[in-house]
Design a protein around this ligand. Structure first.
Ligand code: HEM
Ligand code: HEM
Length: 250
């Protein structure tokens, strides 16, 4: 987030010209990174903080969130507000990263490392999310393959013990497997921090793109606010991960 030297490579050019038919898609990519994805990330970290209150509180939170709406509406809402925007942002992001194209708007104060790191962390976020959503949402919750023993009365959902086992907590882990163990804990440490950095650094480009903060002073303020958000989200996420990996499982 440094206001380092501007380089020709890192200066984004306004691509809203008549011959650029992808302008709208690029804007959509920028928007989706903040709304809904960034907002979801903040909410998701907040809801997962219930892990700090223990396994019972965590399982109650998962149950509460999953029963807010009748199942078909819940799945439809999740699909429209999280999965589709995430798939679009990720696929378009991989294409942007692979082709080295700038996204949207003129962004005069980006540094070379920031430009590169935004792309690298996007790819790491993708790898992390494939494992994360693939295991906890798909393998455990949707397909009912638990990573730790459960007493399923009522809805059969992912439990605190499943996540603890996933992260390699020996008190919860039955057998080491590709889906559970220390390698997953390491992936989560790196993956969550990279995703959080990717989002908070991206806020600066977003605010420029959408004309929310265009001057040097305004950009500096956004940079400071982004670092603060990065620190808050990182401390919260690491606390959750360490609690679930090393804490008692009830
Ligand atoms: C899942 C894999 C992801 C990939 C491959 C990816 C890729 C990218 C790339 C390459 C950019 C830079 C575009 C540019 O400056 O030209 C970007 C921007 C951004 N991404 Fe992601 N991203 C991913 C996930 C996420 C997630 C989960 C979030 C939010 C939690 C997010 C939030 C943002 C934001 C806020 C921007 C800045 C938008 C702008 O500059 O206007 N991304 N992403
Ligand atoms: C502290 C670290 C995290 C923990 C403990 C955690 C926990 C979980 C759990 C238990 C689920 C499954 C929910 C269910 O099936 O009802 C889930 C789903 C999901 N997580 Fe995370 N998560 C963490 C970090 C993240 C991060 C950094 C992202 C990035 C955006 C993320 C994105 C998602 C998504 C997209 C889903 C699928 C949609 C959903 O089920 O709501 N998670 N997470």
């Amino acid at each position: 987030m440094a206001d380092a030297a501007t380089t020709a490579e890192s200066v984004r050019t306004d691509t809203g010209t008549r011959d650029d038919h992808s302008f709208l898609w690029r804007r959509l990519h920028s928007l989706s990174g903040v709304l809904p994805l960034g907002a979801f990330l903040c909410y998701h970290v907040f809801e997962n903080l219930s892990a700090l209150r223990g396994p019972a509180a965590y399982d109650e939170m998962v149950n509460h969130v999953n029963t807010l709406l009748p199942r078909p509406f819940f799945y439809a809402l999740e699909l429209v507000t999280i999965i589709v925007p995430l798939a679009y942002h990720a696929l378009y992001g991989v294409w942007v990263a692979a082709t080295g194209r700038p996204n949207v708007g003129r962004y005069a104060y980006a540094s070379n490392w920031g430009y590169l790191a935004q792309r690298v962390t996007g790819v790491i976020a993708l790898l992390f999310l494939l494992v994360h959503v693939g295991t906890l949402r798909t393998w455990v919750t949707l397909l009912g393959n638990h990573l730790a023993p459960v007493n399923a009365d009522g809805l059969d959902l992912v439990t605190y013990r499943d996540v603890a086992a996933h992260l390699g907590n020996p008190a919860s882990l039955g057998v080491q497997s590709i889906l559970a163990g220390d390698h997953i804990f390491a992936l989560y440490g790196i993956g969550t921090l990279c995703t959080i950095w990717h989002f908070t650094y991206g806020l600066k480009g977003f605010c420029w793109t959408w004309g929310i903060a265009v001057g040097r002073l305004a950009q500096r303020r956004v940079t400071q606010a982004s670092w603060l958000l990065f620190a808050v989200l990182s401390v919260a996420t690491l606390s959750i991960l360490f609690q679930m990996r090393f804490g008692a499982v009830g």
